[in-house]
Design a protein around this ligand. Structure first.
Ligand SMILES: Cc1cc2nc3c(=O)[nH]c(=O)nc-3n(C[C@H](O)[C@H](O)[C@H](O)COP(=O)(O)OP(=O)(O)OC[C@H]3O[C@@H](n4cnc5c(N)ncnc54)[C@H](O)[C@@H]3O)c2cc1C
Length: 474
């Protein structure tokens, strides 16, 4: 598509000289995403600084049927933030104010372009906690986190982003503003409209600000890495540790041996803390207030798990530095996987108890298609979300291995469906999975999604073609 001169001029005037660019050098970082999988193009980058400017932009876009793609920190992993067909690009970068923080009510109002790390810091400065935690937190934005309903490592305790949002300010497709920045935990006064926008990946409206929930900052964190014989032992350990700590676990991350080997080979400053190898590991964290005897109950739980032969060995961090070193092993897996050559990745979820059976079936199914591929299944076992990844047999095999991508992906996703799981646990649908959705969601669910899309965006100007599959006409 190309923009007519009058539309271009009106959009530029809506944001003033500091609020737009048509320079290729300014646009370049916005047109390619983290994995370099999707490359976009656009004639106009808009950087509104206020909700009123976003409203003016969408008013013009709607009136002139001009498609627009919203972008926050550009860390999305399914291509939703990239203008693939020359759409106008709306960056929330300049919507960057923390509007207020209520210490006693434990809420914070942030504009959409504030980074997750800035929100965490603002809460921390008041000895409060904003528990959303992702490896991309230095760059991703609150608006993007809400638009993707981001997950991360603390979902087990605090829920997905959806559970952390009390209120929203959203500009609708026609430019009207929905001011719903309430700070209420209880509000049953009709439809909870904000829920429609959370996880809608920029297809229903542009989020301009949010009221976020904060929590008391725990003053004790116990972190341990446990060696285990199998994923089945890990599932049992999860139940046992939740019982021992009274539900205080805040993270429970599964890692296979190969992931630890990749990390200690490729990432400086990491080492295997055990003297002998184990097929699986779990990184666990429990947090709480100083009055609770959390450390003792956590260690008792681990000792019981060793007696029950669920765990073969364990290291409990005795300092913040040691805890950080254990977390580094987990957080470096993606980077280490990249250094090992090509990989085929899946972000799936199945019911927690089904994880061992899923792995037992899905790993051989993939190896039958891609012999020699190296399974690297890791992730948030505590909430049933696995990054079910495979590395190529060796760097020399990358092109042949990657040619199997679609076949591998379909096999995995078909098995996910068999296990009543989801083909996207936390990254969303975007452009990457929109073509696959009809295979895995019912006609009725897809029709309901399309009805919602038509209601909020009748001219289909917001992120067209993403997240909501078009109706196939035969
Ligand atoms: C190293 C790394 C680690 C990651 N780890 C995790 C993880 O553990 N868990 C997880 O869930 N994700 C993870 N992600 C994915 C990504 O960080 C999240 O999806 C994040 O929430 C995206 O935020 P963003 O600001 O970068 O959004 P963008 O990438 O800019 O946009 C993502 C989507 O949201 C829409 N959008 C953005 N802002 C708005 C807005 N204000 N209003 C309406 N729509 C908007 C865009 O149109 C797009 O569809 C990771 C990514 C990387 C690179």
């Amino acid at each position: 598509m190309s923009l007519s001169e009058p539309v271009l001029t009106r959009l530029q005037e809506a944001v003033g000289p500091r609020g737009f660019s048509t320079e290729p050098a300014d646009m370049a970082p916005h047109l390619e995403e983290w994995r370099s999988k999707y490359h976009g193009h656009s004639q106009l980058l808009l950087k509104p600084a206020t909700t009123a400017e976003v409203s003016a932009i969408l008013g013009i876009c709607n009136e002139t049927a001009t498609p627009v793609v919203t972008q926050g920190g550009n860390t999305g992993l399914v291509g939703g933030q990239i203008p693939l067909h020359g759409e106008v690009l709306l960056s929330t970068q300049r919507l960057n104010r923390i509007r207020s923080l209520d210490e006693s009510g434990m809420t914070l109002v942030a504009e959409a372009g504030v980074t997750l790390a800035q929100v965490q810091q603002a809460a921390d400065d008041k000895r409060l906690l904003f528990p959303l935690s992702l490896a991309s937190e230095g760059s991703c934005t609150i608006g993007g986190n809400i638009a993707t309903n981001a997950g991360g490592t603390h979902v087990l305790r605090y829920g997905m982003t959806r559970a952390l949002v009390l209120g929203l300010e959203v500009v609708q497709a026609d430019g009207t503003v929905l001011s719903m920045l309430r700070a209420l935990h209880k509000d049953n006064s009709g439809y909870d409209l904000k829920q429609a926008f959370i996880g809608s990946e920029g297809t229903l409206g542009v989020i301009t600000a949010a009221t976020l929930r904060l929590f008391p900052k725990p003053d004790i964190a116990v972190t341990a890495l446990a060696a285990l014989p199998s994923p089945a032992a890990a599932v049992k350990l999860l139940g046992a540790m939740q019982a021992h700590t009274g539900g205080m676990l805040s993270a429970f991350e599964l890692m296979p041996r190969i992931a630890l080997e990749f990390v200690t080979t490729h990432v400086e400053g990491t080492r295997d803390p055990f003297s002998s190898p184990s097929p699986w590991y779990v990184l666990m964290e429990a947090t709480g207030g100083g009055h609770a005897n959390l450390t003792a109950s956590f260690e008792d739980g681990l000792a019981d798990a060793i007696t029950a032969e669920l765990v073969t060995d364990a290291v409990v961090a005795s300092s913040t530095g040691q805890a950080q070193a254990l977390w580094k092993l987990r957080e470096s897996i993606s980077e280490a996987q990249k250094r090992e050559g090509a990989s085929i990745k899946h972000d799936i979820s199945v019911p927690v108890a089904a994880i061992p059976d899923f792995l037992a079936k899905a790993v051989p199914a993939v190896l039958a298609i891609a012999p020699g591929a190296r399974p690297v299944s890791f992730g948030h076992l505590g909430d049933g979300n696995l990054h079910f990844n495979f590395n190529s047999p060796s760097a020399g095999d990358d092109p042949a291995f990657l040619r199997r991508w679609e076949e591998v992906q379909q096999t995995v996703h078909d098995l996910v469906k068999e296990f009543s799981g989801s083909i996207s646990a936390e990254h969303g649908i975007g452009i990457m999975k929109v073509g696959q959705l009809p295979r895995y969601k019912s006609h009725e669910e897809l029709d309901a999604m399309r009805t919602l899309k038509r209601a909020f965006d009748p001219k289909n100007i917001l992120n067209p073609g993403k997240t909501v599959p078009p109706v196939l006409r035969l």
